[in-house]
Design a protein around this ligand. Structure first.
Ligand SMILES: Cc1cc2nc3c(=O)[nH]c(=O)nc-3n(C[C@H](O)[C@H](O)[C@H](O)COP(=O)(O)OP(=O)(O)OC[C@H]3O[C@@H](n4cnc5c(N)ncnc54)[C@H](O)[C@@H]3O)c2cc1C
Length: 455
């Protein structure tokens, strides 16, 4: 069989890879997308669904460092961290400390603020162009505070946000309860971020993007990628060949897909996959790594050092639960998790655990979300066996993504490190990556996102 050929080969069909695949197609370029599982089933599956355009200050900063000792002692803390985790990840925490210096934070804030501003517009375009409007609500995000201390400690952040154009309203307890009558009466303050949005089903968004990708002539290969050959045809045209680590299945473009129900994507893929010989050639001019937390090992053979941490988070999905008048997602400042009204029920998502991809989940962290939410919303009922999930956020020590070209390897690119903000930043990251691939002038300074900054 002749090798499969495309302009671009993307490894990883999470929200980052899917958005980029669509932008490349819209630019008239061909794309082969490879993932070892069905699209959208990695970290992009279970997030809190917030387009958090107000999050312009990187989490690597002195306030986070100063809060760590207290969090380490508090059993209910949203952050799970102990001495062993710090010792095991000492080099990462050293880099994190350096990134928390004032000068670095200012630079990171400038970059994120630019990304959020462009990203708001970019998401609105994506929603329109990809037919995604039924999956999003534009009700904003309500951050609630149970203590004066926490509320006033975030005053500096709010000033920075407002200086960068983030629109917010400060609310008293009555105003908070008018927006959500189910909240506990212990809420002392609220901040309404008016431009934030939320998604009613993050998986459905990935699946819709994937369906659009296939209908536009894309090719999907379901297989684990173990590495790459460079210059498979002596550099004449195609520069990269993907090597598989196990059985591969091909989903080729097909007219039958017009009848494809997006909600049945997994089944559709299973029914229509053609098994491929393991050594089938898949070759492309550009190779783009969007493999989330796994991107580091795929890039290491090219001399790229990406210190990605698995910043594990959990969710509990209260399927079938809806509360009247609960239309705005709630972010609890002290408890560090989000409660999002979604299409199928209410999702509780958040917490942070520094770990490694292979480590088994610590389901008590997901159960903790259930305990916390009933304190916040006394009307909510936690079911006996709620859907529980964990995902590994791909996080670099400076809490900024890595976007761009890898020097000395023409045609090699990466887009990863989107930490807590991958859904939010996916549309703008795809726009920026398209520009970087085409070598267009950047819309703003991108040096803070240089993928070689740790190499
Ligand atoms: C609890 C929680 C809540 C969150 N809430 C929000 C939120 O409200 N808003 C927000 O913006 N962000 C949120 N996030 C963050 C967001 O989910 C991530 O930043 C985002 O999903 C990362 O997307 P990705 O495409 O980089 O990675 P992924 O979705 O993990 O995709 C990577 C893909 O690469 C594939 N892959 C990896 N290695 C290989 C290989 N060798 N061969 C083939 N395929 C491979 C994987 O199978 C996977 O499908 C949250 C995260 C968590 C954990």
């Amino acid at each position: 069989m002749d090798p499969m050929k495309a302009d671009n080969l993307i490894i990883g069909a999470g929200i980052i890879g899917l958005q980029l695949a669509r932008k490349l197609q819209q630019d008239g370029q061909s794309v082969i997308l490879i993932d070892q599982q069905a699209p959208g089933m990695g970290c992009s599956y279970g997030n809190a669904g917030i387009l958090a355009f107000e999050e312009i200050i990187p989490l690597a900063r002195s306030e986070t460092l100063m809060a760590l000792p207290q969090m380490m002692l508090d059993g209910l803390s949203p952050l799970s961290l102990n001495k062993r985790a710090i010792m095991a990840n000492a080099p990462w925490f050293m880099k994190f400390t350096l990134a928390a210096k004032r000068k670095q934070v200012i630079r990171g804030t400038r970059t994120l603020a630019n990304m959020m501003m462009a990203g708001t517009k970019s998401w609105h375009n994506t929603i329109e162009n990809e037919g995604l409007s039924q999956h999003f609500k534009t009700n904003g995000l309500l951050r609630v505070f149970e203590s004066n201390d926490q509320f006033y400690s975030e005053e500096g952040d709010r000033n920075t946000q407002q200086l960068e154009g983030v629109e917010l309203d400060l609310l008293n307890p009555d105003e908070v309860r008018a927006l959500n009558p189910h909240l506990t009466r212990t809420i002392k303050h609220g901040v309404l971020y008016k431009n934030s949005m939320h998604c009613l089903n993050p998986l459905a968004v990935s699946q819709q993007l994937f369906q659009n990708f296939m209908l536009a002539g894309g090719t999907f290969v379901k297989a684990p990628v173990s590495g790459f050959d460079k210059n498979p045809d002596n550099g004449a045209h195609y520069r990269f060949r993907a090597l598989m680590d196990g059985p591969a299945g091909l989903l080729a473009p097909s007219n039958r897909m017009e009848k494809w129900n997006v909600a049945e994507t997994d089944q559709f893929i299973t029914d229509h996959l053609t098994q491929l010989n393991q050594d089938i050639g898949i070759i492309a001019q550009n190779l783009i790594i969007t493999a989330g937390r796994a991107s580091d090992s795929l890039l290491a053979p090219f001399g790229v050092s990406l210190p990605l941490m698995s910043e594990r988070g959990y969710h509990q999905m209260l399927n079938g639960q809806h509360l009247d008048g609960f239309d705005i997602p709630i972010s609890s400042a002290e408890r560090g998790f989000l409660t999002t009204p979604m299409a199928n029920g209410i999702r509780l998502a958040g917490t942070v655990e520094f770990t490694r991809p292979a480590f088994p989940p610590y389901w008590n962290r997901a159960a903790l979300l259930g305990k916390q939410v009933t304190d916040l919303f006394p009307d909510l009922k936690i079911m006996d066996q709620p859907e529980q999930w964990f995902g590994d956020r791909p996080t670099l020590p400076d809490y900024l993504p890595a976007l761009g070209a890898i020097p000395h390897h023409k045609g090699l690119f990466v887009a990863t490190g989107h930490q807590h903000l991958g859904l939010t930043l996916s549309a703008v990251s795809a726009d920026l990556m398209l520009g970087l691939i085409k070598q267009d002038a950047a819309p703003f300074e991108l040096s803070a996102l240089d993928p070689m900054r740790y190499s």
